[in-house]
Design a binder for this molecule. Sequence first.
Ligand SMILES: [Zn+2]
Length: 586
Amino acid sequence: MAISERVIDQIRSSSGIEYVIQEYVPDLKKAGKNWKCCCPFHNEKTPSFVVSPEKGIFRCFGCGAAGDVFKFVMLIENIPWIEAVRKLAQKSGITIQESKEDKVALSEKARLFEILESAAKFYHRCFIETSAAKTARDYAQSRGLSDATIEKFSIGYAPNGKLLESALKKGYSYEELAKAGLAVKTDSGRFFEYMSDRLVFPILDIQGRVIAFGGRTLTNSKTKYLNTPETPVYSKSANLYGLFQTLQDLKKDKRIILLEGYMDVVMTQQYGVSGAVASLGTSFTAQQAKLIARYGESEIIVLFDSDDAGRSATYRALEIFADNDIPVKTASMPEGVDPDEYLLEHGRQAFDNLLKAKSKTAIDFMIERIAGGNDIKIPSAKAKAASVLLDFIIKNKNAIIQRDYIKEVSQRLNLEEEILWQELKKRKIFKTERITKQDLLIKNTDGKDDVSIEDKMIRFLLQPESRNFVDKIEEGFLTSERCIKIHGFLSGKKDITAAEILSKLESPEAQWFSKLAIEADSGSGDLEEIFGVLYKDIEIEKIENRRKELEKEILLMSEGKVAGNAEKIKEYKLLTSKIKGSGKKK
Ligand SMILES: [Zn+2]
């Protein structure tokens, strides 16, 4: 935060938001004054993502994502603001002077990356060179890992107690090692290595930096797989194992296969299958689903183990994908066979054939899972199965997907489509009611028709040629809090850009403001006149509101419920005549 505003402005204005975004979303095309594409932050078929180079902001009219160029880079790269600033500064060749604090925060992260990188090298060297790693090497061989794969994934071996020793010698402290997730401090204050006697898989972020480790036991420990904990550089839910290693060849098959384990990913990629990734640890998250959607260009396949645990995990993953409106398929291996075992035994061709022959749509999987075991001739069982399936169908907002799914369920459960549609409709009503209550705030700020008169004034003032009018609005004239806030920014700095203001706001204010800013267009009319009309409208609205208040009170007075108040009656009459004079009837 200590980088000066002037430098921030300079980076922002020299970054060319449309070109920055285009690097991530090649489909971004010019459409009149603005640029448009399908939103990279939610799944959609028709573009509602608008970029205004002139104003330096982006806004999605589907999901409400909005901001300046820094915000975009933050969201798409999942990095903090300061890193986005540095990244864009570097791109535009601007040097930034950072305060000490920022430097410390940054160098702390840089230090963690350094420690993790050095640990990965240490583990890998142990795997290759030490005699203690024989079990690890034997295990890798038995699973069919080639030397090239071991290199590509930097697979390593964590010996008992040796990492700390070597890291301390290199000058890292216990505290730093603990912060990187490599050591744990016990209650008695002693430090232990997190991984010991395990086959180690370094986990990389999308930029190829080591951020954590997964380790498989070599001593039949009860914990078969162990991951290092979350740290300032590692968030489980925002990364995928194997993604970085397959980035280069993603274009080949244009598909992502979501697998369950590290070994599955490593082996699948070893056999030349592109796009093989795995979630980290047990749970699959919405953030990971979105990450996958960004890279799975034409197809996403969920391929988990064919046991009960695997099927439950598939079920949960499909729900998460559906919640985020991402269409996926599932496939399954023969019972009890892991993908890596299958590849080892039958080879790549058979694996591909199996994927083709055995892949199902999400709804197929759901039907089998829900109705598979039940005797769906019994009406109550049928109704129950239909109900669960409709719960799943309604998660998919895409109308075409819904239609296909309804058709499928109708055939398989032998139920009329009409009935299913009726039930779905009932749920929709219920669902919207629920959503309206929950998202009231966002709905209000995002609705199409609720641009208030004060909003219109702000929209007018945002035009660069209208800035002279900012000072004509006295303090206390505006009543809406968010409008007062924006007016404050405008009067504080006459040439402030929409992007700058937006960067100071959080949602839902940011959503509301970005919409106004995108819409603010230099019209053809006479500025003086437009301002006059808006100003008057706000005045009248205020008078009307006050008059309505008084009206209620006077009504109570006339009913004898409260004492009469001559002052108020006088004020009421005055306001009424003012409104009449303005040409507006009550
Ligand atoms: Zn969106």
